[in-house]
Design a protein around this ligand. Structure first.
Ligand code: M6R
Length: 600
């Protein structure tokens, strides 16, 4: 996730662009840059936060330009990978948010035609395409360029010969136009420009817009003009930063359909990278902490079922105490921040023990990516809330992609089955959207149990780590004591704690655990516990066993954790909100990104 801003008007563009970038910094902050045209195209960019750019850049004159704050996806955070990107003649500047899925193919073609690339990014192909298509009309060059791009993009472009004009285009990644008086704006998100205007047009997928100081023109991909009315955005600046959501956590939960899609594209299942990966391990050991550990636990089932590779999961903080074994599993470290001390030291120990190491990480260029032999990236964008939500969901997606690749590489998964699994994964954003559209019902349920002191989360097999994650989410933000258990373990002790005062959240989807879960639900109901069952859409039978049901769409059982986890995130969020908790910054906790020296 990156942030884009564009301005044209009578004012000096530099201050407006810098101020807008600061308001977009929540979207990413590993590098930033600005391009402004006066007589010439002037550009300044660097690695680091906007504050650094502001302090180090000279004053640039000019009243139209573009800016970008980056969250690296392709290519490390460094100056030459920062945006804007320019063409070979330094006449066109372009900023981009999203992932251009077919960039490798485009890059090879462009290089054969003599284009020289100066970055490792996917973005740079777009500016070289623009250079080829430009014949004196920037709009038509942008139109031709975007028809060549696959994947997601929001781009914004200026040309040194087209004074006062900023052109932008959108596919999947957001863009909004701000309509001023004698000036107009482009931004990834409302807060960047709300200080100047509250009249906005949200650009739709496949639309291209051209702004000059007195005019806004929108076209579709066929070049037909599209008439769109502006609307007044009724938002405070603070509210706008959270996209109108009360908390970042809720905003991040609602971003999940998008980041699932980005991660599917980013892990590039079939297109650019093919199925082959460098590892063919006989066994795997996953090491991680907290939510990432739970993702790894779900992943164990994926590696075993999809790639037929026996997998164990270990808490990173415990790994150093385990004795070295004669077997040599591939060690996979999962950490969204890439900075968690325990996971980093476990990977270092693994390397000393002679293991191959692979990391699954969200932050490009983080310490973990330098420590592990290979890295597989999730594409969740920046997670501001301390409670991990979208980073966890994208870890599940990345693990599934990796398991598919590994299965094919090892010859344990046929191509047809791999393609089937990919297609099933591609439907997940739609299903998550449908769960989110049911948030009001989950809210009501959460509020009805928000005054208890303790609750249980039950699940079996692949649903057990989901129960663990549901309990972790609940306890860390609502401060309600919550335990995740495999249903079969209840009778071995914890059942003693189950009463009418301890609600039980039971994951009872239609899979091989279903019948057994109904039995476990019976055990807790007999102790008067109120049971909320999370079941498969249309399962009328489950309703007979539980007090309330929340249904999720039917998907293959390996992917149900993606859906059931979203329900549990919402349940925790709304319970915590009803209790008036500080949701985005729970007491005593921080993400490793916020406290780099977070010691466990
Ligand atoms: O950055 P990491 O994925 O390594 O973080 C690991 C845990 O600290 C983290 O998942 C923590 O449990 C979550 N913030 C809980 O929501």
């Amino acid at each position: 996730m990156c942030g884009i801003i564009g301005y044209t008007g009578d004012r000096q563009a530099q201050g407006i662009i810098l101020a807008g970038l600061k308001r977009l910094e929540y979207r990413g902050y590993d590098s930033a840059g600005i391009a402004i045209v006066d007589e010439n195209l002037e550009m300044f960019k660097d690695k680091g936060e906007i504050g650094h750019l502001e302090e180090s850049m000279p004053g640039i004159k000019g009243n139209f330009g573009i800016g970008h704050t980056r969250w690296a996806t392709h290519g490390k955070p460094m100056k030459n990978n920062s945006h804007p990107m320019t063409d070979c003649k330094n006449e066109i500047a372009l900023v981009h948010n999203g992932i251009i899925e077919n960039y490798m193919t485009l890059k090879e073609e462009l290089m054969k035609r003599g284009h020289v690339f100066r970055s490792e990014t996917d973005t740079e192909v777009a500016v070289h395409l623009l250079e080829e298509f430009y014949d004196g009309d920037l709009e038509s060059a942008v139109l031709k360029t975007v028809t060549k791009l696959k994947g997601s993009y929001a781009i914004s472009v200026i040309h040194k010969k087209e004074k006062g004009k900023v052109v932008c285009a959108r596919m999947i990644s957001p863009l909004v136009l701000g309509i001023g008086k004698g000036e107009n704006f482009i931004a990834s998100d409302v807060p960047a420009i709300l200080e100047y205007t509250d009249r906005m047009i949200y650009l739709l997928d496949g639309e291209i817009a051209t702004i000059t100081k007195n005019n806004v023109k929108i076209q579709d991909l066929e070049g037909n003009e599209v008439k769109r009315e502006w609307e007044i955005v009724d938002m405070s600046l603070e509210g706008a930063e959270k996209g109108g959501y009360e908390h970042f956590m809720l905003k991040e939960i609602f971003e999940q359909p998008k980041v699932i899609q980005d991660t599917i594209i980013g892990t590039s299942l079939s297109s650019e990278n093919g199925y082959s990966i460098g590892f063919k391990p006989d066994t795997i050991k996953i090491i991680a902490c907290g939510t990432s550990y739970h993702a790894g636990y779900v992943g164990k089932h994926m590696f075993e079922e999809i790639a037929k590779t026996p997998t164990t999961v270990e808490l990173a903080s415990e790994y150093r105490f385990s004795s070295a074994t004669t077997s040599q599993p591939l060690i996979i470290g999962i950490t969204q921040s890439g900075e968690t001390t325990d996971t980093l030291s476990a990977i270092r120990t693994a390397k000393k023990r002679g293991h191959d190491t692979l990391s699954i990480v969200n932050i490009v260029g983080s310490t973990m990516t330098r420590e592990a032999d290979e890295t597989f990236y999730t594409r969740a964008g920046l997670e501001v809330g301390v409670a991990a939500t979208k980073t966890y969901i994208t870890q599940l997606i990345a693990i599934a992609s990796l398991a598919i690749k590994m299965g094919v590489t090892k010859g344990r998964l046929g191509i047809d089955r791999a393609r089937l699994l990919e297609n099933q994964m591609r439907s997940l954003p739609k299903h998550v959207r449908s769960i989110l559209s049911n948030a009001a019902e989950i809210k009501e349920l959460a509020e009805s149990i928000s005054d208890v002191n303790s609750m249980f989360f039950l699940g079996r097999n692949i649903n057990y780590p989901v129960a663990l994650e549901g309990a972790l989410k609940m306890k860390e933000i609502s401060y309600i004591h919550a335990e995740g258990y495999p249903g079969g373990e209840l009778k071995h002790g914890p059942l003693a704690l189950v009463t009418s005062e301890t609600p039980v959240i039971a994951i009872a989807v239609r899979d091989q655990t279903y019948e057994k879960m109904l039995g476990n639900i019976g055990e807790v109901s007999a102790r008067d516990a109120k049971v909320i069952g999370i079941g498969t859409e249309g399962d009328r039978e489950l309703e007979k066993y539980v007090d309330h049901t929340i249904f999720v769409p039917e998907v293959p059982h390996l992917f149900t954790p993606v859906l059931t986890s979203v329900v549990l995130q919402l349940l925790a969020y709304y319970a915590a909100n009803a209790r008036g908790c500080e949701i985005d910054k729970p007491r005593h906790l921080a993400s490793a990104l916020q406290w780099n020296d977070y010691i466990n």
